[in-house]
Design a protein around this ligand. Sequence first.
Ligand SMILES: *[C@@H]1O[C@H](CO)[C@@H](O)[C@H](O)[C@H]1NC(C)=O
Ligand SMILES: [Zn+2]
Length: 406
Amino acid sequence: MKTLTALSVLLLALCAGARHPQVRRHGWMSPTKESSESSSSSLQSSSRSFTTLTKEYPYYHSSKELLEEARRLVSGCKSAALRTIQEGDVSMDVVQMNSTRSAQAARNKVFILFGEHSRELISPETGLALLRELCEGSSELSREVRQDSEFLLVLNGNPRSRPEVEGGDYCLRTNPKGVDLNRNWDEEWQKDSVSHGEATNPGPAPFSEPETRLLRSLVSEYKPTTYLCVHSGTLGLYMPWAFDQVHAADRNQKAMMSVLEELDRSHCQCPYGAAGKEVGYSCPGTSLDWIYDKLQTPFAFAFEIYVGNGQMAMLKEKWRQKAHASSALQINHLANARPDFFKAHPSDFIQVSNTEVAESKNSRDCFELYNPASEDVFHATVNNWVTAYLEMAQKVSKHLQDGKGA
Ligand SMILES: *[C@@H]1O[C@H](CO)[C@@H](O)[C@H](O)[C@H]1NC(C)=O
Ligand SMILES: [Zn+2]
């Protein structure tokens, strides 16, 4: 099993490499190291020595380690299974975890997408930690959530680009074709969303990419009651619309907003509300909008969970000043109140000037902008968001039970 996994990871990496020879190579992806990788990967269970990422930041997981740990957790986890879905040379690992009550008893079906942008490595780490808590945690909260909610988790939503990031290309956001997977969904899809820079290239057509097609089938079949995609590069808790800078989505607005407001207070103290409106830029072609609209998912969210390079403290301090200066009701209109602030700290989900960061600065700056670069901050971030995801599931479940927002 391990041998097969290692081989398929290697083959995937080699296929991606063969098709995109222009893409920068680092670390174990370089030709000289590939031969040593292929001879030893079938013998060793850890790929530690082969990725720049796990050498430089050993508390992060390589793709292979993510999968191995997910497989280990699932094998000892009640009502959970791991499967791989595939189109062509793209495969995605999916963890499904049913309620610990009977399958029908779960009121809340939670679909969470991690790692859609490959450089946002902290996102999949929170996903893995969530899986660990759901399978092995003993808190009252995780026990309750396991009864009332079920989960479908995609830990690595950009599996072909991630090995490049692990090889040290910490600025890579798109898939190997240079397409931003979070602009490629058929909801207000716009050809010219590329105007914000190469990193938001929407692709030649909606669902032109195998990654988004795989996710579309998966989520359509699952029919979640809660959808969440997890990003980093700023802090923000968002609901639809992302494409529309003016309006929050109508359907179930109050219930979604109240979940965000409560999570914001205890886990983020950051901007929250309608994505496009909060950030002041429109963001067409997102999974958030498509899933909310096309699948009529009751609760659809996108979280931005980390920003580095000293921006976190500044962001929180400004939020605090603003929160004190305005009534609670006005917090939802932060972006309108001070557009300059959001120009200085644009959301990665919206992606404007972070493109410039990615292109003009070095790989190290990218890593630290999107991901914790110290072990303490890493663990604090992961713990905070695992609890936030669990509380999200718990709160949505309560809303659904009360018959509101369904
Ligand atoms: C979870 O529930 C689905 C739908 O009832 C079922 O098809 C699947 O086999 C279940 N998976 C596990 C691991 O129990
Ligand atoms: Zn992102």
